[in-house]
Design a protein around this ligand. Sequence first.
Ligand code: AR6
Length: 176
Amino acid sequence: MQDKVEVTKGDITRMKVDAIVNAANSSLMGGGGVDGAIHRAGGPAILEECKKIVARQGGCKTGEAVITTAGNLPAKFVIHTVGPVWNGGNRNERILLANAYRNSLQLAVDNNCKTVAFPAISTGVYGFPKAAAATIAVQAVNEFLANERAIDKVIFVCFDEENFRLIQSEVQKISS
Ligand code: AR6
């Protein structure tokens, strides 16, 4: 599995993969951070599809995921997932974060995506401690890949040095 997991530093909007994952919020109406960057770079087609999803199912719950076009981005799809807001750790945050990774990957499989790029979900505005988030993210992805062979590559795209270091160290653990 570990040979299917990569860590890189940079801007997820530039990734030429089947699907990039967006750290969205339940409204699916855009926001700051990576969400803002994806909508800005991808153009209005993404928000248009998000609005249709909202009309159909009323947004996206924490830990769940939805898929749209990637608009002008080099990726084919954007998978919007909602990570938990960190509230001290006793509000099911860890499970919900793992669910966000798992449900995003399942949606990727359901849409024939073989290469998927993730940002460090919940580690920005939502305040999830980065070290704990890195452990959960790599574990959830690794477990998923152990049971599902349809995914060829998962890339963690880290915007900051701290996440890059933490996630790389977690990936090294599963490789040793
Ligand atoms: N590429 C990759 N990673 C990025 C990029 C980028 N272009 N820009 C930021 N990051 P955040 P959250 C990293 O706050 O904590 C939004 O307003 C960033 O360094 O984007 O899940 C949504 O609408 C951080 O490590 O997402 C929600 O309301 C990581 O992406 C809320 O923020 C996640 O930070 C979601 O909060």
